[in-house]
Design a protein around this ligand. Structure first.
Ligand code: GLN
Length: 489
């Protein structure tokens, strides 16, 4: 019945009506995994046995006539930088290849209360540094829409699994676009919540002032429900927001009449990808037809966002990754003395990109350059935030492309890190300003690769972002069909 192709809200109804059992559903998704994983390789660790046990537990509950939570009995998976008690959490790094966390991340605890079926841990760029999942120390993940292409990154495993049908939902993390950009490349929905909306406790730190965990799902309804599960204040994360969590699913109305939508002129520049521009402009036109009030806005400091991000993120990363010294955390490679041991450990266990970030970060933080680079970057970060504050005085949401291009070929950018960094132009400003943003499909390229639309909201106003996304989603059918992987289920 291709259960693997359905969103969680439909499956939840089917479970409640006893049209399917969770075991049947889980086996269907596992069969899909069998058929797609050798092509897509979204997973690092599979937890099939406990998945089937969880499914059986849901079925017993249903048999007893008990009700079930939204994600209960529904198979999904978790990015491998989110700690799962007793299940390896590698960050796709040799440094943490054998790390088995003794505790669950707060989001995993929240999820556990829903009793979903967890299928395993998903591939990513090492320590979430990258935009293609080619930086995984273990293997690359491929885009289900064309397996010659990257799935995006760093949550490439999360987006590819949901797009392939080897997970119904997934959790990702987003420091500079790592949920939204892979969602865009793989034709699924990905949301970065407001900084602080979701606890970072148990998320292996990359850049602590930018990192957020968020949902990757097949549609906006599931994104709203998954965000509901993971959001909320956490005393273990002092940066988590104490504000009340609204009813996100309740905010999903098919209605944008009078909604003020800003289109930043700096995001539509000469020379941008014509197919991306056409798709995003098509979505903007659709919003107008649906009754939204669309107006041009200006975010004048946009051009500095990449430079600022690629100073602040590596600076924080260099600091966060100091802990992997062969003693306190992670792997150890022995040496004649402590210096040799640390040198060998860090040289051999970190990949190229991670080392590049550590070098850039420590350079920017070093005594002689701190003022010129790191401090300057912090000041410009503030200017970028002020651009958005100002824009949000006259609009409710901002729409933009998610990524400058559709998914590109594997290997196309691996020799040119700068070119890869420039791909993040539309996503990093939100992390720098702490704003929520969603990516959802809004078209295809000529070669039928998905194109994503990004909707950006005011701080803590995920509800309006979700409503705008839901309304647009209901008006079109992009990526409703699963990617054709040439396999039958
Ligand atoms: N591509 C960006 C980077 O490499 C974003 C990564 C992320 O959001 N984790 O830093």
């Amino acid at each position: 019945m291709k259960l693997y192709a359905k969103p969680a809200h439909e499956l939840h109804e089917m479970l409640l009506k006893k049209e399917i059992s969770s075991t049947e559903l889980t086996k269907d998704v596992l069969a899909r995994m069998d058929e797609t994983e050798d092509k897509v390789r979204a997973y690092i660790t599979e937890t099939r046995e406990t998945a089937l046990q969880a499914a059986a537990a849901t079925d017993e509950k249903l048999a007893r006539g008990e009700t079930i939570a939204y994600f209960e009995g529904i198979p999904g998976a978790i990015k491998d930088n989110i700690c799962t008690k007793g299940v390896k959490t590698t960050c796709a790094s040799k440094m943490l290849e054998n790390f088995v966390p003794p505790y669950d991340a707060t989001v995993v605890e929240h999820l556990a209360a829903e009793r979903p079926v967890i299928l395993g841990k998903l591939n990513m760029d090492e320590f979430a540094m990258g935009g293609s999942t080619e930086n995984s120390a273990f293997h690359e993940t491929r885009n289900p829409w064309n397996t010659d292409c990257v799935p995006g990154g760093s949550s490439g495993g999360s987006a590819a699994a949901v797009a392939a049908g080897s997970a119904i939902w997934a959790l990702g993390s987003d420091t500079g676009g790592s949920i939204r950009q892979p969602a865009s490349f793989c034709g699924v929905v990905g949301m970065k919540p407001t900084y602080g909306r979701v606890s970072r406790y148990g998320l292996v730190a990359f850049a602590s002032s930018l990192d957020q965990i968020g949902p990757v799902t097949r549609d906006v309804t599931d994104a709203a429900h998954l965000l509901q599960v993971i959001a909320g204040h956490d005393e273990y994360d002092s940066t988590s927001s104490a504000s009340e969590v609204p009813d996100f699913a309740g905010a999903l109305r098919e209605d944008v009449k009078g909604l003020k939508i800003g289109v930043p002129k700096e995001f539509f520049v000469k020379g941008m990808d014509a197919e991306v521009e056409a798709s995003v402009r098509g979505a903007i036109k659709k919003f107008e037809e649906l009754g939204a009030d669309v107006q041009e806005i200006s975010l004048p400091h946009t051009e500095y966002a990449i430079s600022v991000y690629y100073l602040i993120a590596p600076a924080e990363a260099a600091t966060n990754l100091e802990r992997y010294d062969g003693v306190s955390y992670g792997a150890r490679v022995d040496g004649a003395d402590v210096v040799e041991m640390m040198t060998k450990t860090r040289s051999e266990k970190f990949g190229e990109e991670v080392k590049r970030r550590i070098l850039i970060g420590n350079y920017a933080l070093s005594a002689g350059y701190y003022d010129a680079y790191y401090l300057k970057a912090l000041k410009v970060r503030r200017l970028i935030k002020e651009d958005y504050d100002k824009a949000f005085q006259s609009v409710d949401v901002i729409v933009a492309p998610t990524a400058p291009t559709p998914a590109y070929k594997i290997g196309a950018m691996t020799n040119d890190p700068l070119k890869m960094y420039l791909q993040d132009v539309y996503t990093v400003p939100l992390n720098l300003a702490g704003l929520p943003g969603i990516s959802l499909p809004c078209g295809y390229s000529g070669s039928k690769m998905p194109i994503g639309l990004q909707i950006i909201g005011k701080p803590l106003d995920e509800a309006t972002v979700l409503r705008a996304a839901y309304t647009y989603e209901q008006s079109q059918t992009f990526c409703r069909e699963m990617a054709d992987l040439g396999v039958k289920a």
